[in-house]
Design a protein around this ligand. Structure first.
Ligand code: SF4
Ligand code: SF4
Ligand code: FES
Length: 259
């Protein structure tokens, strides 16, 4: 990890970006060496090294799961994983991003299936092949109890599997490491969908909002936005009422045209 001693040291009166940097560390991106500032995340180190990230880059905030990365450190056979936008470089790390890992994704009609283990096994029969090795949990960059939610799914505890898998960012690293070839994150998603559709009580405020949408409440405001020119849209955006810092969850803007 980066330490205070590794912070950029300015040795001349030149601006930092022109001065000789003393805080660079070597990293190896797909086998090629680059010297990068020690405080950068892996994602920023890629860009510092000259890569333009077209894949493997989405939210840059640890939410979208697009930047799954695997790496090794010197003198250790262990494979480490991380989200490139959240993980700081370490000296001599060998790394590669995994922009996509193929996984079996079932197609189903949520209105036509039952919230039980038979549904899970029908769409993901490989679920029964889990051998409890825990590799998925050890490889999850979100530190989720992946094996636990898979075990819950296998026991038919759909709601528990949904709850345990809720923070999953769908990065796919667990799937890339699973010896039984499960697509854990798609199984977790099915459990969450079943929970939302059949197990949790319907949220009254969502029902009310759907009724407002169906009544045509937003038709006029949306058409107005669609007809607006760029300058008007920019002004609307810049002038919009912002939620004050520390506002409680009941906060609403004064202007309710689009609410
Ligand atoms: S890695 Fe695969 S086989 Fe191992 S515990 Fe996780 S789901 Fe089961
Ligand atoms: S459960 Fe799997 S797909 Fe979800 S965040 Fe963890 S490793 Fe990524
Ligand atoms: S870019 Fe979205 S999680 Fe890293």
């Amino acid at each position: 990890m980066a330490t205070a001693e590794q912070k950029p040291v300015q040795t001349t009166n030149l601006p930092l970006y022109l001065a000789e940097r003393t805080d660079l560390v070597p990293i190896f991106i797909m086998g090629k060496r680059y010297d990068v500032p020690s405080t950068l995340t892996i994602q920023k180190a890629f860009e510092y090294a000259g890569y333009q990230l077209i894949r493997s880059c989405g939210c840059r905030g640890g939410i979208c799961g697009a930047c799954a990365t695997v790496y090794r450190l010197p003198d250790s056979p262990k494979i480490h994983v991380g989200l490139a936008c959240q993980t700081v470089v370490q000296p001599s790390m060998y790394l590669a991003m995994v922009p996509f890992f193929p996984a079996n994704r079932a197609v189903y009609d949520l209105d036509e299936i039952e919230p039980d283990v038979k549904t899970l096994l029908k769409h993901y029969p490989e679920l029964a092949k889990c051998m409890g090795c825990n590799t998925c949990t050890k490889s999850c960059p979100m530190d989720l109890p992946v094996m636990e939610y898979i075990s819950a799914a296998l026991r038919g505890e759909i709601e528990k599997a949904a709850e345990l898998s809720f923070p999953c960012v769908m990065c796919g690293i667990c799937t890339s490491r699973c010896p039984a070839e499960l697509a854990q994150y798609h199984i977790g998603m099915l459990c969450r969908r079943l929970t939302g559709r059949y197990i949790n009580p319907a949220a009254e405020h969502v029902k009310a909002q759907i009724a407002r949408i169906e009544s045509g409440r937003f038709e006029g405001p949306l058409r107005k936005l669609m007809a607006a020119d760029l300058q008007t849209l920019r002004k609307l955006y810049v002038d919009r009422e912002m939620e004050p810092h520390g506002a409680d969850e009941m906060w609403e803007p004064q202007e309710k045209e689009f609410l």
